[in-house]
Design a protein around this ligand. Structure first.
Ligand code: DON
Length: 569
């Protein structure tokens, strides 16, 4: 009898060991990868903030998936390997152009929960409580990413296999991956926030992270498994929804089961404008990105920029004066057009644009105090670009808002909450974390979407795809996209040079030109100062990804400012 038990036990142990080792090899940690910053390819390309996500997207393209299939796979992968901004607890915008020229945009921006109200981030004296709009549960809007991906899949997927798009991210979350030096530094820097804004030891907790350490996300793997199995209900209902509401009830949060059940991403008509014969396809409100980019391009269109020269004082002055005026308009007129009458047509009308630049003095800086918005006649995010072998293109910017969002991980579900509520104007004139101010148009209202600067963009020339571009960077997103486009169209740069070139930024208030260390030669800086500009050096501006189609080839660039990576075949 006992002898038999020993035999059964031995057989059972052998089977168990075999099972565990085969499982383990199935979810092996990913340790061997590196970033590639530029490439040329014949058929298809992916550029994203992380090499693992880029590879996952490229594998989908190689399996015959189209740009949307790859975009969905990359979005879920970034939620695992790039938790600063990749997300399922946040939102974003997708701009699409099909090879036949049809365009579409998808708004999967977060919404204010139904219990949100205008003064929810003010104390009794009416002072803004920044900590509440930027950290922890109350800072979170109802997440939009999962419904966005489901809707994109239903409308455009070629593979028609939802599971195949998510499985690589489930494996990645379960098996883990080795972190880069940059991520180790970020995690070490933010340890106190992870400790302060969580009630348990999240996968991000550790005394000291170093390059090569493995991070895995078992709870996130389970959540992704539920999304794989049940689509939107795997997130907005059932176990995941219960985890989110339990997290809210643990203190301070207001997202309810109803908010989750009611959330829907929205297909919106693209905002289309032209610049010197190029068709610019951008995101309409609730992003200010497409609108501000259109205004900027229209304001600078009459000028010969290539003659002025890259980052000459004359060029920087023109761009800065246009930016000053556009950001004043943004603060006054822009918000969620489902709640506030954003005068889109007026803001890009050519007579209006000329009137805004009528007081532009070629030799002197304006003063932001004297520049107000025009009137009507009557602040880690991440971007990825994909082109498939049929010439369909996807440009997607997605975010939790700040790096690691609200820092709060949903217990049991393993993902970070966004802190997107800070993108509302929490009090007129009070700057948000990117120094942006706003007013009535962008006040908090239940179920409203907060104004964004995200600027996923696609450019077409003579009916053909020319460029796919976008970036993170809060308020600097719009101006970084603008400069990358101008670098290519006006200064004839390769996409790699255009993406890697140093950048500058002005946003009306505060009244400074912010410059990267290597931007704008000293002589031009002196000239700008003598015109009345104030110049302030700061760290990196944006992390641009771009794909350019030139002579029938795809040329891609991933920003040197991060671990970003571009690959193609
Ligand atoms: O939607 C927006 O404009 C901001 N939430 C974007 C934040 C961002 O780009 C942060 N990245 N550096």
């Amino acid at each position: 009898m006992f002898k038999n038990i020993h035999i059964y036990h031995a057989i059972f142990t052998i089977i168990l060991v075999y099972f565990l080792t085969s499982c383990k090899s199935h979810v092996r940690s990913i340790t061997d990868y590196s970033s590639q910053k530029s490439i040329q390819a014949d058929h298809a390309m992916v550029a994203s903030a992380h090499p693992i996500a880029t590879k996952i997207g490229l594998d989908i393209l190689k399996k015959g998936g189209n740009a949307v299939d790859a975009a969905i796979a990359v979005q879920f992968a970034l939620a695992v390997c790039y938790p600063n901004a990749g997300n399922i607890g946040g939102g974003g915008f997708m701009v699409l152009r099909q090879s036949n020229g049809d365009c579409a945009t998808l708004d999967f921006r977060e919404k204010a929960p139904a219990k949100a109200h205008r003064d929810m981030f003010l104390d009794e004296e009416g002072n803004a409580i920044i900590e509440k709009s930027q950290y922890g549960r109350l800072a979170a809007g109802t997440p939009g990413t999962v419904d966005g991906m489901v809707q994109a899949f239903e409308k455009y997927s070629k593979l028609k296999n939802w599971g195949i798009l998510i499985q690589p991210s489930i494996d990645l979350a379960a098996g883990g991956y080795a972190i880069t030096q940059r991520e180790a530094d970020n995690l070490n820097e933010e340890q106190n926030n992870f400790i302060k804004y969580n009630r348990f030891d999240t996968p991000f907790h550790k005394n000291s992270w170093k390059k090569g350490d493995i991070i895995s996300h078992p709870d996130l793997a389970k959540t992704l498994q539920r999304i794989k199995k049940r689509g939107r209900s795997g997130f907005y209902e059932g176990e995941t929804a219960k985890c989110i509401v339990r997290e809210m009830n643990a203190g301070g949060g207001i997202i309810s089961l109803e908010d989750l059940k009611n959330y829907r991403a929205v297909w919106r008509a693209p905002l289309i404008t032209t610049y010197k014969g190029n068709k610019i396809i951008g995101m309409p409100p609730p992003s200010s990105g497409g609108l501000c980019l259109s205004q900027l391009l229209k304001m600078i269109e009459p000028y010969n920029l290539s003659q002025m020269g890259f980052q000459s004082a004359e060029y920087v002055h023109l761009i800065v004066e246009a930016e000053r005026r556009v950001y004043a308009d943004r603060a006054k007129h822009m918000g969620d057009a489902d709640f506030y009458p954003v005068p889109v047509k007026m803001l890009i009308d050519s007579t209006y644009i000329s009137s805004r630049m009528v007081d532009f003095d070629k030799s002197k800086a304006s003063i932001s105090k004297n520049i107000t918005h025009g009137s009507a006649q009557s602040e880690e995010t991440t971007h990825f670009c994909i082109v498939d072998s049929e010439g369909n293109a996807a440009s997607v910017t997605t975010t939790l808002n700040g790096s690691y969002g609200a820092f709060t991980v949903v217990k049991g579900a393993g993902f970070l909450l966004n802190n997107e509520m800070d993108d509302f104007s929490i009090k007129p004139g009070t700057p948000n974390m990117y120094g942006l101010i706003g007013s009535e148009a962008n006040k908090i209202e239940p179920n409203k979407r907060m104004l964004s600067s995200m600027t996923p963009t696609i450019i077409e020339k003579d009916g053909k795809l020319l460029m796919v571009v976008g970036t993170p960077g809060g308020s600097t997103i719009i101006t970084s996209v603008l400069q990358t486009i101008v670098n290519v169209l006006e200064f004839d740069m390769t996409i790699a040079d255009a993406v890697h070139a140093p950048r500058f930024h002005h946003q009306w208030v505060p009244d400074h030109i912010f410059v990267e260390k290597s931007a704008i030669y000293q002589s031009a800086r002196e000239q700008l100062k003598s015109m009345g500009h104030s110049i302030k050096e700061r760290g990196n501006i944006g992390r641009v990804e771009g794909i350019l189609i030139k002579n029938g080839k795809l040329q891609g660039a991933a920003d040197i400012r991060g671990d970003d990576d571009v690959r193609g075949f």
